[in-house]
Design a protein around this ligand. Sequence first.
Ligand code: SF4
Length: 279
Amino acid sequence: MNDAKLAPTPGNVFSFSRVKCLNQCPLRYRYRYLQGIKEAFRSIESYLGNAVHDVLEWLYSERHRGREPEESAMLDRFAAGWTENLDDRVAIVRVDDSEESYLKTGREMLIRFFQETFARDQSETVALEQRLSIRLSDAVVFTGFADRVGRTEKGRLFVIDYKTSKNEGDGSEFSEGLQAPLYAACVLGDHGEEEALAGYHYLRHGTTRWQQVDRERAAQLLERFLDLANEAAAAGEFPARPGILCAWCGFNAQCPAAEVPDRFSGGLRRAERNGRRLL
Ligand code: SF4
């Protein structure tokens, strides 16, 4: 391993993904955030999520510029981006699945979004893919990217996070409880508002769930995140926590504790072919 090429995340910068990673598997957290090792593959589910997010960003940026994109142009853009960015780091973890099935799912999600949500959406876009950052203590900075910040027709500030996952989330901290509400806490401070809405839109289901974040809740959310970040910063042991997510973990070819069933071994095979780690 060439340690000189490794790039650990700055010790004081904490994102929601970072604390979630520690919660899911401390060893993966150590590899990724403390040692700065890059995962040897990315799952096609993650690739699909990025490809769809790129198109959603394009849709709203076009409208923000006064243009009304057509559904066919959206699908052309999705197909072109899919082909252009697909490389040998993308792995189909479920060995019985095919690239075409994910491409089809992406098209279906976008068509549904376009027809049921985008075409009727009267909200104003304030920012797309906005980087948010707030210092929580001398030792902790919270950072994240909000998919879209906007204002409803009635002028209410909102943050929305687009999800391409198969299942809708629940209210727990590492599902819907923290991420978008934390982003809302940041933007209401940035915009000097008393409250903001935090939303999750599930593209496979065509559903949106909203939470209200006022100043009091914002303070609670940021305080809770600071606790989680302080726990992460103080962690001294990083045990492996093997489970179903090992199949999607880009360290599974180097991790001595990895548990990867044959039917979900597409990522492991790709990592072995790619030499375990791509820098
Ligand atoms: S392969 Fe499993 S146990 Fe090993 S680091 Fe990844 S998630 Fe953790």
